[in-house]
Design a protein around this ligand. Structure first.
Ligand code: CMC
Length: 452
């Protein structure tokens, strides 16, 4: 059986043969080169067929060897390693090394990597002044996006993206400095003095210290909470071609430097449809209030009044493996922080929903955001910091995606086509002869979002 697809153009009766190629799993990700569709023409001067795929719902934009997700089976692997094993045995920096380099580090490599990251955690004093310039109630994610972009001005050599060693230096700097920028943003919003990085602490421990430390004596962050944050960071390190990874690749494809590319990726993550659902979960649980109100709330979600936040996923049609890990970790965290009525409520909501035909038949299961917000809140993070907590570990994934894109000879500057639906050529109308709305073609500014 040949691995090809035969297409018949009924406009002309002509047939075209297109090759089918495969990735690691033949049953997942078989693809055709859509550029070949350009050969399909109704006439000689025809442009050729385009694929129309808003939101890239069925378009592979790259070959990638970083992350594998099988949404039907509930599988997530970085570089082939199951997320469950990485979360149980790894540290975040070990996983960041894996994601960026493609293999687990040896003991010496991990030590050297940890040393490098640890000694790049400081930022230029001007970044501190820059952060101080924000209004007192500036959103920490807005501050993070801006300060990461500002780093570009401190490292002009980062523009030489063709030099592999230079790229690696910027990768180390970015992974190292993200927690510092994030903690500075938080401290500024609270009117608290900045805490400088402490190179004796772990990656997560140092971040907790920069966030919450007040005065002397120095108190090392709680080990259970440090471990929990490491796990949260591991679970968020990469998630293949999502909105922010796509932003990273698109901006990076113009050969912009990695700082502004990461700023663009973080901006994509800022949106509530991507990095903001865990905040909505908290709001929803507060609105439900007590366990006895869960069935009524689930009924309202079923009737289409609203969606159950933290439920359902574009890719996972099974239990999100990250949610499973967080669910079991929540108990450890709450033993340290004290029990939370929100956790009991979440467990009850999950129980009721997963027994309900509506959720079962649509394969709607808890996703990563269902438990992460409750845990972050118990650890003392304000809701505004949730997308920031997502961005810190995701920077390793963005940078791995960026490197892979730059090294892939198939990749070009991201530049999709469009199907033009606007006005045909028309003559310029002098201002006094214009009729206004009658001349409108396409949607006017402020026309609404069709329910999106
Ligand atoms: N509550 C109730 N009904 C739902 C939900 C939900 N959370 N999610 C989907 N449905 C229903 C939806 O109404 C539709 O029903 P019907 O077929 O009767 O019209 C059906 O399930 C399929 O929904 P869809 O909109 O086609 O699914 P999608 O793949 O486009 O959407 C989603 C995925 C994540 C946007 C959606 O499930 C959702 O809005 N969930 C709530 C928000 C949320 O938790 N987002 C975080 C996602 S995880 C983030 C990450 O991985 O980084």
């Amino acid at each position: 059986m040949p691995d090809t697809l035969t297409i018949t153009d009924n406009r002309t009766g002509k047939q075209y043969e297109v090759p089918i190629s495969y990735g690691t799993y033949p049953e997942y990700g078989a693809s055709i080169p859509t550029a070949d569709l350009r050969n399909i023409k109704a006439s000689e001067d025809d442009f050729g067929l385009l694929g129309y795929d808003p939101g890239f719902k069925n378009t592979a934009s790259c070959h990638s060897s970083i992350t594998h997700i099988d949404g039907d089976k509930g599988i997530l692997r970085y570089r082939g390693y199951p997320i469950e094993e990485l979360a149980e045995h790894g540290s975040y920096l070990e996983v960041a090394y894996l994601v960026v380099h493609g293999r687990l580090p040896t003991r010496d490599e991990l030590e050297a990597w940890t040393h490098e990251i640890t000694f790049h955690t400081y930022v230029h004093e001007s970044i501190k002044k820059f952060t101080e310039g924000f209004h007192y109630d500036a959103h920490p994610m807005g501050m993070l996006v801006s300060t990461v972009a500002a780093l570009s001005t401190f490292y002009p050599e980062a523009r030489d993206i063709s030099d592999a060693e230079n790229r690696r230096t910027q990768i180390v700097r970015l992974i190292a400095k993200m927690p510092t920028l994030a903690a500075f943003a938080y401290r500024h919003s609270k009117g608290l003095p900045f805490v400088y990085p402490d190179n004796d602490l772990s990656y997560a421990g140092n971040f907790l210290n920069m966030m919450f430390s007040i005065g002397e004596p120095k108190q090392p962050p709680n080990p259970v909470l440090q471990k929990a944050l490491e796990v949260l960071f591991i679970l968020h390190a990469d998630h293949e071609q999502n909105c922010s990874a796509t932003a990273m690749r698109s901006v990076g494809s113009s050969h912009a430097d990695p700082y502004v590319s990461v700023a663009a990726a973080a901006a994509a993550l800022y949106g509530p449809l991507h990095g903001g659902a865990n905040e909505q979960v908290l709001r929803m649980l507060r609105e439900i209030g007590t366990k006895d109100r869960v069935p009524e709330f689930v009924d309202r979600a079923k009737s289409g009044d609203f969606r159950l936040m933290g439920f359902g996923h574009r890719v996972y049609k099974n239990y999100d493996p990250r949610a499973r890990i967080l669910k079991s970790m929540a108990r450890d965290v709450f033993e340290v922080t004290g029990s939370s009525p929100l956790l009991d409520l979440a467990l009850e909501l999950e129980r009721v929903a997963l027994e309900d035909e509506y959720f079962v038949s649509r394969r709607l299961y808890p996703n990563v955001d269902f438990y992460s917000g409750i845990i972050y809140q118990a650890m003392g993070f304000p809701v505004d910091m949730f997308p920031v907590l997502f961005a810190i570990p995701r920077v390793s994934g963005w940078l791995a995606q960026w490197q892979e894109m730059l090294e892939d000879p198939d990749q070009k500057i991201a530049r999709p086509r469009q199907v033009y639906t606007g006005a045909d050529e028309r003559p310029y109308v002098p201002i006094d002869e214009r009729t206004g709305a009658d001349e409108q073609v396409g949607s006017p500014v402020g026309a609404g979002m069709d329910g999106r």
